[in-house]
Design a protein around this ligand. Structure first.
Ligand SMILES: NC(=O)c1ccc[n+]([C@@H]2O[C@H](COP(=O)([O-])OP(=O)(O)OC[C@H]3O[C@@H](n4cnc5c(N)ncnc54)[C@H](OP(=O)(O)O)[C@@H]3O)[C@@H](O)[C@H]2O)c1
Length: 340
């Protein structure tokens, strides 16, 4: 029997991308698609690429008899509803940011609101599958990681876990415009972003405490973290370039060994011996990692590239779903990237 799934926020980019993946998953059945707008309209009319969605799948307000509820909503919205779904015995996988931070005060400081369900933060499992799959398998509430944190943490995790670097971390990252959702603000219009690159959100981007929290768990102490995101003129794709001082006595050989060991069995992380390109991940759940040592300055330089809507959002949510419901982690995610 397939697992019944609902997507709340299905009219958005992340929700639409998840619907694309769930519709092709052999062990998931999409029973409800939820949003405030487009009530009563068929999903495939609202998301024009979802050709195989049945006409009977129409946008509504309820999650029906779904066993798993995926939420892809703006900050603060999933937390208002999650407790009810959990009480009904459903599993919740939040693609948004509502359950990623363990300390409720961080929501006030970084998101500007008091968390509506602080008790749930204690039980939520941060679902960067590669690092936390054992806990994801038994979780009721899974906090899918942010797109920038996914790239930054996959780029840095082997070095942090192996104690190869100190806690002074810089993450310089670039994302395509879908990372901002289907907003019509001037900052995201074609005429504004085309042929232009700009930083934003420094030093206050909301992914900063999330990267710091998870890096601290790997490193054993809170890092000094500077995170600088940039908006670049493309649709999808995200790359993080990460820098940290190498500990005395550690070498390029240690780094190569740690990355090879950490990701040897991972189905979606490929360690390259050259620079990764976002294009080689397009539409797929792959994350491409490359780590090197700048010997002259005794610094680790590590890169990770991914598709922000797949490995950075919907794909990793489905990978968590697979881990949680006992399916092979790659199920429904086998598609290779588009090229060129
Ligand atoms: N885009 C990415 O690359 C990415 C990556 C990782 C995580 N995320 C996270 O995923 C979530 C969704 O992002 P997105 O890019 O898909 O955004 P989006 O394209 O703007 O979609 C947002 C969705 O939420 C609904 N919505 C908007 N305001 C709402 C409200 N006040 N209450 C309830 N529903 C509301 C929208 O539909 P209606 O207006 O029809 O209700 C829409 O379905 C965000 O938390 C984002 O941070 C996004």
């Amino acid at each position: 029997m397939p697992t019944k799934a609902a997507i709340v926020g299905v009219t958005g980019y992340a929700g639409g991308e998840l619907a694309r993946l769930v519709l092709r998953h052999p062990e998931a059945r999409l029973v409800a698609v939820v949003a405030r707008s487009h009530q009563g309209e068929p999903l495939r009319a609202v998301q024009p690429h979802l050709h195989s969605a049945p006409d009977s799948l129409v946008i509504g307000l309820e999650v029906g008899d779904a066993e798993v509820v995926f939420t892809a909503l703006p900050a603060g919205e999933a937390a208002k509803q999650a407790a009810g779904w959990l009480r009904d015995g459903r599993t919740v996988i939040d693609i948004g940011s509502d359950f990623r931070l363990r300390d409720p005060m961080l929501y006030e400081r970084w998101y500007g609101y008091a968390h509506p369900a602080p008790d749930l933060l204690r039980e939520a499992v941060y679902g960067l599958t590669e690092l936390t799959r054992d806990r994801v398998r038994t979780a009721r509430l899974i906090a899918n990681p942010g797109c920038y944190p996914t790239a930054a943490l996959l780029a840095l995790a082997p070095a942090l876990k192996a104690g190869l670097v100190t806690e002074d971390i810089v993450v310089d990252a670039k994302s395509g415009v879908t990372g901002a959702g289907h907003s019509v603000e001037d900052a995201y219009l074609f005429g504004t972003i085309d042929e232009s690159v700009r930083p934003y959100g420094v030093p206050k981007h909301r992914h900063t405490p999330e990267i710091a929290q998870e890096a601290a768990a790997l490193l054993g102490k809170t890092p000094r973290l500077t995170f600088t995101p940039h908006l670049i003129p493309m649709n999808r794709g995200l790359i993080a370039s990460c820098y940290a001082p190498l500990r005395p006595g550690k070498s390029a050989r240690d780094v190569a060994g740690a990355y090879a060991r950490e990701y040897a069995e991972e189905p979606f992380v490929r360690v390259l011996d050259t620079y990764p390109a976002t294009k080689a991940t397009l539409g797929s759940n792959w994350c491409l990692v490359h780590a090197l040592v700048d010997e002259e300055n005794a610094r680790l330089v590590a890169f990770a590239a991914l598709d922000n809507l797949v490995k950075g959002a919907a794909g990793s949510a489905l990978q968590n779903f697979n881990a949680r419901f006992g399916y092979p982690e790659t199920m429904g995610l086998e598609a290779l990237p588009l090229w060129p």
